[in-house]
Design a protein around this ligand. Structure first.
Ligand code: SF4
Length: 436
């Protein structure tokens, strides 16, 4: 008999990747994924703890699972349950590193396995758990996880407690997964991790290890584009930027995590850079990739943030001209140093500052799309619409809508000129295939 399993995933890309990884482990045991939660034998909630709101939603979703599928075994896993193991309402609770342990626990509950196969010791916290090739993708992009954990202990962040220290995936496993996905037809690979620049840090390597890995990835047949996940500015040395520049597969789109444009706030956040270093990285990247899109994350209302510090953040954001800023109001996480700091900011002030920074982001994004007028771009087709227009993203990660003069299909790469834009979407006409 096949058991039906339903997945509900909250949070980030790494969580989605790990849901796909667990789905694969369960498929190997004969489970079948269902899109109908009410008919599931197993209901998995992959939780998130990045904000207080995420914690609340995680608890709510676990309760919902119990309600929607009363006969199902409810499994709760992920960052929220790592921090809060006594989650009521779930039959099986695992955290982050011991996530794969849910498989034997589940099998035991379902009486598929006998007594001799008890939950295995997964050496939690000391090595990267290797899932093998994971079928997780976003449209035409395959997402590849290369690292887990973080050693940085930013004062606002719960992640080092929830996921533990840095451990990197073995290179051969990464390359093998990419080879498999390239054979399946994927052309774009999103390289992700909790702290990407720490790849192989536990082996004593610096951020050039990441550059080397990307060079190896770019040599794999079928790989056309490599897109990087979030990067910490302090790891972006001149040497690494030169390596990225020499690698023609690297997309000119970099997510440089800024968090605040005020040096005093960065210090209180225990970030490992200041605004001088950040400006240097931006300038080096712009020199190496003149049309690069730069995106970032910023937090508004960190404890003690003054109006002046907030203005410094706004000013740096405008100076850099980010393509997009993910702006978050500061969220107080119990167990972090920042939660115990004085000078907590009221929600009203946090929300006002968040709106101000978001307005700056929207304006810059609109200006940025205007900058593309008349430029040649490459579009990876995600969808061919009924009206014949193709949708996709260009290498700089701006959404695109174009007409073509040739038959096109999902996964094709088309080239042409930008003729206009519709808000944040670029448009073009008469696009043709890059090759063939
Ligand atoms: S670098 Fe800082 S914000 Fe990012 S995961 Fe590590 S501790 Fe959290």
């Amino acid at each position: 008999m096949s058991y039906r399993v339903y997945f509900l995933t909250l949070g980030c890309k790494v969580n989605s990747y790990e849901t796909a990884a667990i789905a694969k482990l369960l498929a190997d045991e004969g489970f079948v994924e269902t899109q109908e939660p009410e008919n599931a034998d197993v209901y998995v909630v992959n939780t998130c703890a990045v904000t207080g709101e995420a914690d609340r939603k995680s608890r709510q979703m676990i309760r919902k699972a119990r309600r929607v599928a009363p006969a199902a075994i409810v499994v709760a896993m992920g960052c929220h349950t790592q921090m809060c193991r006594d989650e009521e309402g779930a039959d099986i609770v695992v955290g982050t590193d011991d996530r794969p342990a849910l498989v034997p626990q589940l099998l035991e509950k379902l009486h598929i396995r006998g007594e001799r196969e008890k939950a295995q010791d997964l050496d939690a916290g000391t090595r990267f758990f290797e899932y093998g090739s994971v079928p997780y993708q976003e449209n035409t992009r395959a997402v590849i996880k290369i690292e887990d954990g973080c050693n940085n202990f930013c004062t606002y962040c719960i992640i080092p407690y929830a996921r533990g220290r840095v451990r990197s995936r073995e290179r051969e496993a990464i390359l093998s997964e990419i080879r498999d996905s390239a054979k399946e037809g994927y052309r774009e690979f999103v390289i992700t991790g909790i702290h990407l620049c720490s790849f192989e840090k536990e082996k004593g390597r610096d951020s050039l290890a990441l550059g080397e890995l990307l060079d190896e990835i770019s040599g794999i047949e079928g790989v056309e584009r490599i897109r990087l996940g979030s990067l910490e500015p302090s790891c972006m040395t001149k040497e690494l930027i030169s390596m990225l520049k020499r690698n023609s597969k690297i997309c000119p789109h970099f997510h440089l995590s800024l968090q605040s444009g005020s040096d005093s706030v960065l210090k209180r956040m225990n970030r490992k850079y200041d605004t001088v270093l950040f400006r240097r990285v931006v300038s080096d990247l712009r020199e190496a990739f003149p049309n690069a899109s730069l995106t970032t994350d910023m937090i508004c209302g960190f404890p003690g943030e003054t109006e002046e510090e907030h203005r410094e953040s706004c000013a740096l954001a405008e100076e850099v001209r980010f393509t997009h800023i993910h702006v978050f109001p500061y969220s107080r996480r119990d167990g972090t140093k920042a939660a115990a700091m004085g000078g907590q900011i009221t929600n009203e002030v946090k929300n006002r500052r968040t709106s101000e920074l978001r307005a700056i982001s929207d304006r810059m994004e609109e200006e940025r799309t205007g900058d593309f007028a008349g430029k040649d771009v490459e579009v990876l087709v995600e969808k061919v619409r009924e009206d014949g227009l193709v949708e996709g993203y260009c290498r700089e990660y701006v959404r695109f809508l174009a007409s073509t003069t040739e038959e096109a299909a999902q996964g094709d790469i088309l080239v042409g000129k930008v003729t206009g834009n519709d808000g944040f979407v670029l448009t073009g006409e008469g696009f043709t295939h890059l090759r063939g």
